[in-house]
Design a protein around this ligand. Sequence first.
Ligand code: FAD
Length: 318
Amino acid sequence: RREGGTALNVIVIGGGQAGLAAGYHLRRAGVDFTILDAQPEPGGAWLHGWDSLRLFSPARHSSLPGWPMPRFPHEGYPTADHVVDYLASYEKRYELPVERSVRVRSVRRVEGGYDVDGRFADAVISATGTWWRPFIPAVARDLPGRHLHTVQYRNPQQLAGQRVVVVGGGNSGAQIAADLADHVDLTWITRRPPRYLPDEIDGKALFGIATQWPGGVGALGDIVAVPPVRDARDRGLLVARPMDRRLVADADTVIWCTGFRPALDHLAPLNLRDRNGHVHAGPRLHPLGYGDWTGPASATLIGVGPTARAAVAELVRT
Ligand code: FAD
């Protein structure tokens, strides 16, 4: 234990942006902690997005606590590689103790704290993200053809010349449809007509909206009109249709951009899930970064800091 620190010993599960933001605040509070991350290298889910994926906001509006993301030296918003470099440098800069290639299987309650796969912790912050639990609706099971999820999509070359159906009216669906529109025979299926946020709203305004607007971002729209989406939409290439099983059945490939669920299997022994599959903060247990239910905009780079700070303050106080 460091001198002047608290007597707490915290395990953070997950070393993506949320785990690092928690680490920053734990370090500042003088708490002993370890971050356990399943992957062999830094970057969290940003290591796995499709090739053309970019942030929906400029670097300075995509920063973790303490150290702003460096300027992106090229045209447009930062690429996923730029985010990965930032996360790797952030971890080094604050000397965050991350153990890599460590996948936590189970967290159990024991006298005075938690047993995390055989290690004792007074408290646990769970920051394992959602990328690892892609969600595909049950209807896909009886449909023929090749089915992919957002997590398996890389680039248009992978599907060149095919009949491709993209399902989903959120950001991933719109961005992947826009990425493919010039290269494949595209059908875009959405449950309701696409709801674009006003063109001038990008990620930098989203945090304010998420924290101050009644109903959050969802009350205004589902899709951030990032430049490639705006361009494809304005050229008339993003025509959305309602679900039609025949269209899906006729496709060579269907890409289900139908979202994610929180990766919380390791917390199953605690038996704390509500009927939405969420686990709420309990005694010395904080889920972090999974969605607005863990803090407003906490599933974004700029939004996770305040929630991480509040979680650490709560741990230290109690
Ligand atoms: P992750 O990045 O998923 O990190 C979790 C880490 O925990 C991973 O390294 C994982 O391997 C590890 N892990 C998982 N399970 C275990 C386990 N059992 N034991 C140990 N380790 C485990 N946000 C923005 O701010 N701006 C954007 O432009 C933006 N664009 C996005 C675009 C897409 C397509 C998506 C899906 C999300 C986007 N987001 C954006 C949202 C958000 O920033 C990312 O989803 C981000 O990766 C979430 O970070 P995280 O740390 O919560 O989770």
